[in-house]
Design a protein around this ligand. Sequence first.
Ligand code: GAR
Length: 217
Amino acid sequence: MKNIVVLISGRGSNFVSIAEAARRENWAAEGIEISCVISNRPGAAGLERAREMGIAAEVVDHKLYETRERFEDALMEIIDRHNPAVIVLAGFMRVLTDHFVSRYPGKILNIHPALLPLFKGLDTHARAIAAGVRVHGCTVHFVSPELDSGAIIGQAVVPVLPSDDPDTLAHRGLRLEHVLYPRAVHSVANGTVRLIDGRAVMDDLTALSLTLMDNHA
Ligand code: GAR
């Protein structure tokens, strides 16, 4: 079995989009399944969605640990029980240190709401509007110890309109996150995309399927 463990902090809409794609596309026939969702926030809405879908849901509350490393130890203890092929960060809002990242080389994915390497960090939509860029979007990448800097797997591009505020722009981007992230997770889980020498390696057709452009706001 190729297990997927998903880490969330809140709403969990990306997690749901991946879980729904897994069902719709019958990833189980390839031996791929989401075996667990873990949240660092006890009240995360995504936990309830996981339980409704029959997926194990766990909490590792970062506030209960004195250091990032001890928090990560607790996470790793649960994660290792699932021996995952892929660890998916889906709106997971804790920075992970090398202590965690180096344990799962080539297995951790993140989605960031900007076209990396632009706008690393927080408040990406407001910063994109303030910068006056015409396009924005999201990026799925392998996680490396440096924040929002790992090898890029796929990107989705949306227009930035003069009437946009951070919320409307975030909403437009999120619709494409829900298309891009399931594809990227599936491609890494089935070995179509791999991290080799710090680059995401894939064939041209896969790369095209992981490059989305939405010109219709
Ligand atoms: C998504 O827009 C994701 O790109 C972003 O948080 C949101 C989570 O939504 N991630 C980050 O900002 C990571 N630094 P969700 O909980 O509904 O999936």
